[in-house]
Every structure is written in C-alpha cells, then in structure tokens.
Design a protein around this ligand. Structure first.
Ligand SMILES: [Zn+2]
Ligand SMILES: [Zn+2]
Length: 303
C-alpha cells in the first residue's frame, strides 16, 4: 500500500526562482490530500503530476503564502467541468477568510465547496487512517499541524504452517487471519495465535506547517516515520531554525526529518541548513520543489 509525499512548494513567505510557496501533496493508495495551497500551487500540480481529482485541502493557518493559491485552483477546477464536491479544512477562525478566497473574482460556483473548521486533537476518521490536528506555535495566529495515523494492520498469516496443520485453504484462512477461533471439519480447534503473527503498526506522518519548536509537535511526532518541519530562519518570530527543528526531531525520536519552508536566502543552496540540522539529527533532508518521498512500512515488505 503506497504512501508518498510530494513537495509542491518549499519556500518561506514568498516564491523564488527555484521554489514556490507552501503546498504539499500526500498520496495514499491513489487518494490525494493537499496540505496548504500557496499562490501558484495549481501549476506546481501540473508540473509534478498531481491529480486534480483531489477532494480535500487542509490548511495549517491563514497566512497568504499558505492559502492564496486556492482561489485560482478552484477556478480552474470549475473551468475543467468538475462536478464533485471539494472540502476545505482550516483551523478555528479560518472559515470567513476561506470563503473570501473561494468567492473572490468568481460569480458562481460550479461544484459544491464545503468549509470545515477543525478542532485540535479531534481526529478526522477516514478510511484506513485518521488525521489528527494538533496546535502549534506561530505568533498570534491559531495554527495547526497534522498527524496522519494509519490503522494498525493485521498480523501476518502463515500459509505454509496452515497447510502443514491441515487447515483447508479458503474462508477458514480469512477467519483465522481476522482473529476468529475456528473448528475444523475433523473437530480440531485452531487458535489465531497459532497461525497469525503480532499486529503491525501503520505509518505515521507529522506535518507542522509554520511553527516555533513546540511541545505539541514533539508529542504528536513521538516515534513517527516522517516529521516534516519548517525551518525558516533564525531571527524571524513564530518560526524555527534548522537546528531547532532537528532538536524537535531528536526529542520525538522520529525516523526521518524533512525540512521545508526555506528562507529565500537559502533558496539555491541549502547546505548550511543541512549541516546545522544533521549535527543534531543526522537523518535530515531538505525538501525542494518536486521532491517525492515514499514512506514504506517498517521492516516489512509492502502488502
Ligand atoms: Zn509561511
Ligand atoms: Zn505563517
């Protein structure tokens, strides 16, 4: 089951020649979720092959470099003849501004658009995973990060052993795999633990949006497969340095740290940020526009 991150914009606050402003696509089993939609994001989607058939855009906060692109994207979707609804999600207080962006310069909506204000720590249940928003620290704006948590998977079924034990192949295998104790035609009883391994954790991805290093991020990111953290610059308030982001990753014990929201002064050459972060947390990479990261299951081949 595939899970891929695709960075559509990795520049802080304003675009540069090399980088567009914030947006990230997460593709899970063919379903595309978008996180933030800075100006020009629709063109980045075309450039990097992201499907326009997405149905959900999640916003971390309402700064212009994270949401201006939604106006043009929705307009293009209308021109393409879209009929499916689109859902926009933002932190508390974002609904009014999102509606302004939706209606700006456009008299008529051609498809249904819904806006939801979501509450930190209240999980959005989806098929096979949950999205858990958490509060981050970004000046006086209410800003949220998102944690994607996949459901725990069933343990591995051992077909060789099942055959050895004379368990007939077919529906009984499925029942045992799902945890049922079954009675065979010959009267023997088979416990699931005889043929099924321990349950396996799903994958976890944590996205901070813009934030100071925060305890909320550390708590959300504990043991996560990937932490995508902003790393703007040392002197800007409400943001993190590469070193601070690396400290968050180290405290949370994540497997990999990806830094984004790169200041224009590092747009071309991020080696200084990389060095700074890797001194604290070696498993760090710096995102660039178009970067694709596959997130595998831990130490088990993909199903
Ligand atoms: Zn920003
Ligand atoms: Zn911001």
């Amino acid at each position: 089951m595939s899970l891929t991150l695709r960075f559509l914009g990795t520049s802080a606050s304003r675009p540069t020649v090399e980088r567009n402003v914030s947006s990230l696509a997460l593709i899970r089993e063919g379903e595309t979720l978008m996180f933030d939609c800075g100006e020009g994001t629709q063109r980045q989607m075309m450039r990097y092959g992201i499907s326009f058939a997405l149905a959900d855009i999640f916003f971390t906060h309402m700064h212009a470099d994270h949401m201006l692109g939604v106006t043009g994207l929705l307009r293009t979707l209308g021109l393409q003849g879209r009929t499916e609804p689109m859902n926009l999600y933002g932190p508390p207080g974002s609904e009014k501004l999102l509606w302004k962006a939706i209606t700006l310069g456009s008299e008529k909506q051609h498809f249904e658009i819904m806006v939801f204000e979501i509450t930190p720590e209240t999980p959005l249940k989806r098929s096979g995973y949950s999205l858990v928003p958490f509060a981050v620290e970004h000046g006086d704006r209410l800003a949220i990060g998102y944690q994607l948590v996949e459901e725990t998977r069933l343990g591995r079924f051992n077909p060789e052993k099942a055959r050895e034990m004379g368990v007939p192949e077919g529906p009984l295998w499925g029942k045992i795999h799902k945890g049922e104790t079954v009675t065979l035609p010959d009267g023997r009883t088979i416990e699931p633990s005889e043929l099924v391994g321990p349950t396996r954790p799903g994958r976890r991805i944590v996205l901070t949006g813009d934030s100071r290093p925060s305890e909320g991020t550390i708590a959300a990111a504990l043991g996560a497969d990937i932490l995508v953290h902003e790393a703007t610059f040392a002197t800007e308030t409400g943001h993190s340095t590469a070193r601070e982001a690396a400290e968050v990753a180290a405290k949370a014990g994540v497997k990999k740290l990806v830094l984004t929201h790169v200041s224009a002064r590092y747009s071309r050459d991020t080696s200084e940020l990389e060095r700074e972060a890797r001194e604290i947390f070696p498993a760090t990479i710096i995102a660039r526009d178009g970067l694709e990261i596959d997130v595998p299951f831990e130490s088990t081949p993909p199903d």
